[in-house]
Write a protein that binds this ligand. Structure first.
Ligand code: NAD
Ligand code: UD1
Length: 334
């Protein structure tokens, strides 16, 4: 298939591009580089031996986006492009609503106009709010605690409504749990600008000495060791889930959790990182982070039954590949 990947130079997008290429698909990438670097395109070429056609455009802008649809016979779209920093979304909500909603609306309209029948969307487990885990796809969307989460719930509703009235416009909403890890080559991975908000990149930077210690946000949750529990998923497994989704024959609207189905606490993840990589990660227990929930993990059985997808990589693969990537970042910097 000829597939347009928006946000294809970002963390999850770049790994997905590699899996699509490995499965024989033709890939086009649209990215405005607002949170990625053009070098990722060369790294994709180094790893795969193929260089996807690249368009440096903002997909909230209709005209340049339409040009791609008009020129290329796209058969499927995977829409990763979006802003994702939860804290920043509270500070500058309009930027988040504008970017994340306009991009989705533009792309859906263009798919309808040009007869692109497959739209795969990057959603998040955050849309489940504070319901008890395991989260199942039929649970209601609950209000989230931040504008970022709202943009995911709203995008889901927009695409759901569009799929309902447009036969042949087949939408798959993928709700990611906590993607971590990196490509086995160590060439691509998660490299956030500034101080990371998410746990895994923070741990990696403490291990490399770029940050002094990890703050663990609370050890008084109702969990086995008191720290928060999440469903960490290797980004390569997550990427393969997208290949299954875009290749799926399912019609209409379909929703899948992409997670392992297993919860891991902050302390378990940190200790796994220390043990597997034989490196210290100093940490301190501090106050809970506002907006955090105690436990979030997936019921991943629907993706297995309907897409034939399940995770293959475990926590050790995740922490080792994250460290492998981080070490290379260090050697590139110095
Ligand atoms: P990322 O920031 O690494 O990648 C997003 C990419 O989109 C970047 O390369 C950025 O430059 C690009 N982009 C942003 N706005 C754009 C626009 N208007 N036009 C063109 N390009 C644009 O993020 P990621 O971690 O790879 O996440 C990909 C998607 O998955 C996002 O929609 C995110 O909200 C969603 N998601 C991520 C996580 C996670 O933990 N990483 C969890 C759930 C959902
Ligand atoms: C966060 C977002 C979520 C988003 C996801 C992916 C919040 C409230 N939620 O999820 O909307 O979809 O990122 O981008 O921000 N932790 C620490 N110390 C740290 C960082 C994190 O102890 O320095 C803990 C957290 O309290 C949590 C776990 O580690 O228990 C995972 O945190 P994080 O990686 O930020 O992901 P989520 O909070 O699950």
């Amino acid at each position: 298939m000829k597939i347009l990947v928006t946000g294809g130079l970002g963390f999850i997008g770049s790994h997905t591009v590699l899996e699509l290429l490995a499965n024989g698909h033709e890939v086009l990438i649209a990215d405005n580089l607002s949170n990625s670097k053009i070098e990722v395109l060369d790294k994709i070429e180094n790893i795969s031996g193929q260089k996807p056609k690249f368009f440096q455009i903002d997909v909230t802008e209709k005209a340049p986006t339409q040009e791609i649809f008009a020129k290329e016979k796209i058969e499927g779209l995977i829409h990763f492009a979006g802003l994702k920093a939860v804290g920043e979304s509270v500070e500058i909500p309009l930027k988040y609503y504008y970017n994340n909603l306009l991009s989705t609306i533009n792309l859906a309209e263009l798919c309808l106009q040009y007869g692109v029948g497959k739209f795969v969307f990057s959603s998040s487990a955050t849309v489940y709010g504070e319901q008890p885990s395991p989260f199942r796809e039929e649970m209601p969307l609950l209000p989230t605690t931040n504008p970022y989460g709202e943009t995911k719930a709203m995008s889901e509703r927009i695409l759901t409504d569009a799929a309902r009235v447009n036969r042949g416009f087949n939408v798959i909403l993928l709700r990611y749990f906590n993607p971590i890890g990196a490509h086995p080559s160590g060439l691509i991975g998660e490299d956030p600008n500034g101080i990371p908000n998410n746990l895994m990149p923070y741990v990696a930077r403490v291990a490399s000495g770029k940050l002094p210690f990890l703050s663990i946000f609370g050890d008084d949750y109702e969990t086995s060791d008191g720290t928060g529990v999440r469903d960490y998923i290797h980004v390569v497994d997550l990427a393969q889930g997208h290949v299954k989704a875009i290749e799926s024959e399912k019609t209409g609207l379909n929703i899948y959790n992409l997670g392992t189905g297993q919860g891991t606490s902050v302390l378990e993840l940190v200790n796994a990182f220390i043990a597997a990589n034989k490196i210290d990660v100093p940490y301190k227990i501090v106050e809970r982070r506002p907006g955090d929930i105690a436990i979030s993990f997936a019921d991943a059985s629907k993706a297995k039954a309907e897409l034939g997808w399940q995770t293959k990589l475990d926590l050790i693969d995740m922490v080792k590949s994250s460290w492998n990537f981080e070490k290379r970042q260090k050697s590139e910097v110095h």
